[in-house]
Design a protein around this ligand. Sequence first.
Ligand SMILES: NC(=O)c1ccc[n+]([C@@H]2O[C@H](COP(=O)([O-])OP(=O)(O)OC[C@H]3O[C@@H](n4cnc5c(N)ncnc54)[C@H](OP(=O)(O)O)[C@@H]3O)[C@@H](O)[C@H]2O)c1
Length: 325
Amino acid sequence: MTEGGVRWGILGTANIARASFLPGLRAAGGRPYAVAGRDEARTAAWAADNQIDHALTGYEALLDDPRVEAVYVPLPNSLHLAWAVRALEAGKPVLCEKPLGLDAAQVETMTAASVRTGVPLWEAFVFMFRPHFATMSGWVRDGAIGTIREIDSRFGFRLRHTENIRLRPELGGGALYDVGCYPVHFASLLFGGAGESAAVLVTRHAGGVDETVSGSVAFGTGRLLFSASLNAPSDTFTRIVGDDGSITVTNPFHPGDRDQITLTRDREGETTTVSAGDGLPSFAAHIAHIGRVARGEEAPRLTALETSAATAVTIDRIRQAGGLG
Ligand SMILES: NC(=O)c1ccc[n+]([C@@H]2O[C@H](COP(=O)([O-])OP(=O)(O)OC[C@H]3O[C@@H](n4cnc5c(N)ncnc54)[C@H](OP(=O)(O)O)[C@@H]3O)[C@@H](O)[C@H]2O)c1
């Protein structure tokens, strides 16, 4: 067993690493061992500010370090493919930020690398590992709302910084990749596969990326109605409607302790409301799972191989329907 927890390395001095990954890592008992960045001085300052043991210049240096046991990839979306594959080839389990790749072909390359190397890869949809998602998917599996006919899900916020990777097409920016991937992933998990066809409305930002994307995607027994925006009031919400009832969640992807899930059973005329929070930082449960896998204490689950292809295929269909490439 590793003294002080599994030693994690972070590729890039990313905001999400500081704001969400590190609090989750600390809560999970992992060790923030190293960060690698493009600029030596900035990386050293970031490491000191965030109490990381080692600052390295260049991402390769981190992958070459045998003491790094697991790697977090919070790079711009266009760089996920290259660096996640290199980390897998270096033999390190990888938690890669969402969206895993820019299209289904990239995701296929990444999951194939995971299979080839025998090293697990996860896409950082951390809600999959949290109790509220287990509760909701358990209700669905147990037939509490009958067959799912519609999932209504939105995720939007107002991006105030003009210098941001989300506004740069060449880095994989845009609302669909940034926040639209959440409703799509949620629906792909609950419907159990990829969406089949899509009708989509797109508003573009002056810089070229999709600023707001909304639409409808047909899935086996029902449909996803979704909305994703980089220029909207901060809001997120999901409702699952089945033949016999519905489930709502106030903050489906990163719930806090004030968020709630509500199950309404139409036949029984019953409503059940429980907290969606678990008192932990949003990333903690996912990181704890990877830590146990890295130590051989648990088999990997909800990996990219199992869950990412359906989402990527659906995003491809939405992009095609919206004229996004
Ligand atoms: N799961 C979630 O809840 C969540 C939330 C927010 C974001 N994300 C995802 O996390 C990733 C990063 O998002 P973020 O908001 O944290 O981005 P960010 O603050 O801009 O960080 C990206 C990092 O990538 C590195 N980088 C390498 N090449 C770059 C380039 N050409 N331009 C800019 N940065 C470059 C930079 O680090 P160095 O200069 O130090 O190398 C930079 O700090 C994205 O994939 C995003 O979708 C996930």
